[in-house]
Design a protein around this ligand. Structure first.
Ligand code: FMN
Length: 201
């Protein structure tokens, strides 16, 4: 049987969601499981030049096989007008085959996001990101309040999933300690659930 892995799938234009993805991957790896970091290309009008199949830096693009064969999924997007970014929506719109085959049914999944304002739609983004996962039959996993950082955070972090508030004057994105802890907590939770559910299957 192939080695199990948690797919950490994200889109990030300015690096904040990517930082979160890397922390979630650390949490997954603490469970002794591979964390497979993958991204998606930006979407553009048909008249624009197409991109190389492999990005010049960072994670490679996610294939349908990466998604099909994962044991668990962490799914991240910047908040865009209170919703996921178009490239992520486009990716999910291309997953009908996996849906028809029930490939993701019963696998654990969690969501994460970054936004520039504290009340700019993080929770609506996280909740709406869960919708395609529910259609695919995935088991949604959030963050319990037994995580101390959920009580103490003065920036990102929600029971629906980790979040980051990327302040305008920050320059390079930087996660607060609590945001980092909550990202790792989701990774650990998904890693643990992936292993447990796989054993029970
Ligand atoms: C088109 C667009 C829409 C956005 N909408 C929101 C929003 O609704 N609320 C918010 O707080 N930030 C919004 N932002 C800011 C991004 O969520 C923020 O910069 C995020 O941290 C980017 O993540 P990244 O560094 O991973 O690209 C928007 C940015 C863009 C480009």
């Amino acid at each position: 049987m192939a080695q199990p892995y948690v797919l950490v799938l994200y889109y990030s234009r300015h690096g904040a969601t990517r930082l979160m993805a890397e922390e979630i991957a650390r949490g997954v790896e603490r469970c002794g499981l591979e964390a497979r970091l993958r991204t998606v290309p930006p979407v553009s009008p048909q008249t624009e030049q197409s991109l190389a199949a492999i990005p010049s830096e960072g994670a490679i693009y996610c294939s349908q096989e990466d998604l099909r064969d994962c044991s668990g999924l962490a799914f991240g997007s910047p908040t865009r007008f209170g919703n996921m970014a178009a490239p992520m929506k486009y990716f999910w719109d291309g997953s009908a085959n996996l849906w028809a085959n029930g490939s993701l049914i019963g696998k654990p999944a969690g969501v994460f996001t970054s936004s520039t304002s504290m009340h700019g739609g993080q929770e609506s983004t996280l909740l709406s990101m869960m919708l395609p996962l529910l259609h695919h039959g995935m088991l949604i996993c959030g963050l319990p309040y037994s995580e101390p950082a959920l009580h103490h955070s003065r920036s990102g972090g929600t029971p629906y999933g980790p979040s980051h508030v990327a302040l305008f004057d920050e320059g390079q994105p930087r996660l607060s300690d609590e945001e980092r802890q909550l990202c790792q907590a989701l990774g650990k939770r998904l890693g643990h659930l992936s292993l447990t559910l796989r054993q029970g299957a």
